[in-house]
Design a protein around this ligand. Structure first.
Ligand code: KE4
Length: 431
């Protein structure tokens, strides 16, 4: 692939933007090579500035579950923006969005719109602390809840990719109030709770973890957290920024049958525009200003254009639940193809998959937490990533990310993805 225009744009970008990107993981630092600058996207395809076409398996890190430039989303945006993109005043659409979310995610009885997943998670933690009067939180190693100070402790996603899971600039005071445990380790959580009696406001978790690569909750883990939170008066927060509206209409909590006290949302909820949300039990949410004392605000929260795009997306998913079966089938076909390609080479890989999310680890051991994810062969992953890209398939540029499948993939696309995997795995294992 000829990528001279992307290379010159990256050169120029670094003069004006830290690292040349507006989000670190986009810089390809973990996988080698230089980032591609994308000019357009359509359905299952990205087109870079050198007019190369790639089949998409990130989909803007989750939002583009229907594929890119869906006409329904475009229509909603165009029809709304002409009445001015923002008022900074309440609108009827925000009520429609809030009501629809409470229908699709029943544990959410009231919801507040914000502008990103980070904002949703930061606000949810502040609310849990205000509601309980407690200061500490528990998060899990390798989970990522955005770049809020309280979360940049043993954080996954770009933080681990860049080697800063505990970022400079986070004060000791803040870090002291964030306790961490290994994912899937209920005993470790129980120990933290016993060691900090009546001091823990919330446990925040990705119910299916996507930020150390995809890691699934083991049977009983989420149920155990639910029981512990009930016993101890701790708020259980499911961070469904990735899994919300993706693993089911009602997200991971619907698919896995465990009900949190609060849920944070993002990505799909905005149909590709900047939207986040946090919601939960009425008595908790009524603690949020101006109904209650916990302050949180945002100039563009509930923005009309973003609401229009998000409503078009969520109504479509809510009205067409067969999309989730379609996504499951497409993703299963891809992961089975990869497993067959690996076994044809006499090699074993670990592939974690649920619904339309999957990750591939170059290790033979099960990947069940951050420690096991970090033992995967990262160099092999880099070669795999670059070879897939050279064969026209665009993956997340880090081992510590999940892939996201869209319904826009055709059978020919699936065949090409499997074929590119066969070639890339051969390149890795021949090395
Ligand atoms: P944003 O602030 O990036 O909208 O959302 C933060 C966030 C919160 N919770 C979860 C579970 C998330 O996955 C995220 C953001 N996800 C990353 C991808 N791992 C966004 C990509 C990026 O950082 O550029």
């Amino acid at each position: 692939m000829q990528t001279t225009r992307s290379e010159s744009l990256f050169q120029k970008a670094q003069q004006f933007i830290p690292g040349g990107v507006n989000s670190p993981v986009r810089a390809f630092k973990a996988v080698g090579g230089k980032p591609l600058f994308i000019k357009s996207a359509q359905g299952a395809y990205l087109f870079d500035e050198d007019n190369n076409r790639y089949i998409e398996l990130i989909n803007s890190w989750g939002p583009m579950i229907l594929g890119h430039a869906h006409p329904m989303i475009e229509k909603a945006v165009v029809e709304t923006v002409r009445f001015s993109p923002s008022f900074g005043a309440p609108t009827a659409r925000e009520i429609e969005m809030a009501e629809l979310i409470t229908t699709m995610v029943p544990s959410v009885e009231k919801v507040r719109m914000v502008n990103s997943g980070t904002e949703a998670c930061m606000s949810a933690i502040r609310l849990a602390r205000g509601f309980t009067g407690r200061d500490k939180i528990i998060k899990f190693e390798g989970c990522y809840h955005g770049h809020g100070d309280s979360f940049l402790i043993a954080a996954g996603s770009g933080a681990i990719t860049m080697g800063t899971p505990d970022s400079p600039g986070v004060t000791k005071g803040t870090a002291n109030d964030t306790l961490t445990a290994p994912y899937n380790d209920l005993a470790a959580v129980r120990q933290l709770v016993e060691a900090n009696p009546r001091q823990i406001a919330a446990i925040i978790i990705e119910p299916v973890a996507g930020n150390m690569g995809l890691v699934l909750p083991q049977p009983g883990f989420l149920e155990g957290l639910r029981q512990l939170c009930d016993q101890e008066g701790i708020i259980l927060i499911f961070d469904e920024v990735m899994t919300g509206f993706r693993l089911a209409k009602g997200g991971a909590q619907e698919r896995l049958g465990v009900k949190p006290d609060m849920t944070t949302l993002g990505k799909i909820i905005g149909g590709g525009l900047p939207v986040g949300a946090y919601g939960g039990r009425k008595e908790i949410m009524d603690y949020v200003s101006p109904a209650g004392p916990v302050y949180q605000a945002g100039t563009l929260s509930g923005n009309p254009v973003a609401m229009a795009a998000g409503l078009a997306m969520l109504h479509h998913l809510n009205d067409n639940p067969s999309i989730y079966t379609q996504l499951d089938n497409i993703t299963a076909a891809i992961t089975q193809g990869i497993a067959q390609a690996a076994s044809a080479l006499g090699k074993q890989l670990t592939i974690n998959q649920i619904g339309s999310m999957y990750s591939l680890f170059f290790t033979e051991e099960p990947v069940v937490d951050f420690a096991s994810a970090k033992r995967a062969d990262l160099e092999a992953f880099g070669l795999y990533f670059r070879t897939m890209l050279a064969h026209g398939v665009y993956l997340a540029p880090s081992q510590f990310e999940s892939l996201f499948v869209s319904v826009a993939l055709s059978q020919a696309d699936i065949d090409q993805i499997i074929q590119a995997n066969a070639i890339s795995l051969a390149a890795v294992f021949k090395k």
